[in-house]
Design a protein around this ligand. Structure first.
Ligand SMILES: Cc1ncc(COP(=O)(O)O)c(C=O)c1O
Length: 330
């Protein structure tokens, strides 16, 4: 899930290290704070959100969103699929919330239990599960006190011609995604967005004698993550970002087709969000991977079985080379 980063993000990282701005203080980071606001204002509308802030990744974004759910709506329980990312369980534990896991179907999408009382529950729906890139039904549990979409991986699809895959996300109370995944940013770059950011931020806001403005969210001192993101948005525009994500989706499709054409290989399912799960039919995936040279695939366990996993994070990747090096290692 780690993409190549464009050169303007390297220049921005140098600038940030040299100036060492701290966004906690208006007087030490007047421009960088404003830049973050503009970047968030640009990112929020396609998700139906009205604001939010930058965080170091979706782990912190999920924690922040569930923290807001607890403060704004008195949420006591978190409901998520058994395939939700571990950061959701982590957040529930940190926040002292009860965690309830829902079953998932063969397609890895959450199976919603309509009988649940959700009056004090935050439901977390995943748009792009870790193993297979599945998207939970994003309109599930409309009666929940809070609905959060963890779109760590799949979020940027909303900026592309695949936007409809995330339909329903606009009805969530909060959304998270990692810009260091499909927005091609260096780590650590993520976003938490809210339907009503003013209310959510007010609930997560702390004043202090040494602060000119309240400190909002989990982080204290933090740097100008918005700068590389703004540079990328300015250089590529929405169209340039979409082109690259769409190219990644095409490469995942090409990889899946090639796997289906190879009798020695098995495809888990056609990819929905650029994540391809596959394995050799008559050899152990773990052993094959340990023998591989020259191309990278990761391993993942799905219901007790090990699969190879290819994530289309690189628009310059060569799916043929990945398949060839797996076949050579079988
Ligand atoms: C669905 C999902 N949620 C959350 C996370 C955590 O994101 P991060 O590593 O940016 O903190 C990941 C990371 O892979 C993920 O796939």
């Amino acid at each position: 899930m780690d993409p190549p980063t464009p050169w303007m993000t390297w220049a921005a990282a140098l600038w940030s290290a040299a100036f060492n701005q701290n966004l906690l203080h208006t007087d030490t980071a007047p421009a960088a704070r404003e830049l973050e606001r503009r970047v968030v204002d640009w990112l929020a509308p396609p998700f139906g959100m009205d604001g939010g802030h930058l965080v170091p990744g979706s782990t912190v974004a999920n924690l922040t969103a569930l923290w807001a759910a607890r403060e704004v709506k008195g949420v006591r329980t978190v409901v998520a699929s058994e395939l939700a990312h571990l950061s959701v369980r982590k957040a529930a534990q940190i926040l002292g919330l009860e965690m309830r896991e829902m079953a998932s179907g063969e397609d890895h999408r959450m199976v919603a239990d309509a009988a649940l009382d959700l009056s004090t529950t935050a439901v977390v729906l995943t748009a792009g599960t870790v193993a297979a890139g599945a998207i939970d039904p994003l309109d599930a549990f409309p009666a929940a006190a809070w609905r959060h979409v963890d779109a760590a991986w799949g979020g940027p699809l909303r900026l592309t011609r695949h936007a409809a895959l995330l339909d329903g996300i606009e009805r969530a109370d909060s959304v998270s995604f990692s810009a260091h995944k499909w927005l091609f940013q260096p780590k650590e770059s993520g976003v938490v967005l809210f339907k009503d950011a003013e209310r959510a931020h007010a609930a997560l806001s702390f004043g202090g004698g040494y602060l000119a403005v309240p400190n909002v969210g989990v982080l204290g001192s933090h740097g100008a993550t918005a700068l590389p993101l703004a540079a990328t948005i300015l250089a590529w525009g929405r169209e340039g970002i979409a082109d690259r994500v769409e190219r990644c989706m095409e490469l995942a499709g090409a990889l899946a087709e090639r796997i289906q054409d190879e009798p020695k290989l098995e495809l888990f399912a056609p990819p929905t969000t650029g994540v391809v799960l596959w394995r050799p039919r008559h050899a152990d995936a773990r052993e094959v991977r340990s023998r591989m040279r020259g191309a990278f695939v990761s391993l993942t366990d799905v219901k007790g079985e090990t699969w190879l996993r290819s994530v289309a994070a690189n628009p310059h990747a060569d799916p043929g080379r990945v398949v060839d090096s797996v076949l050579a290692a079988v």
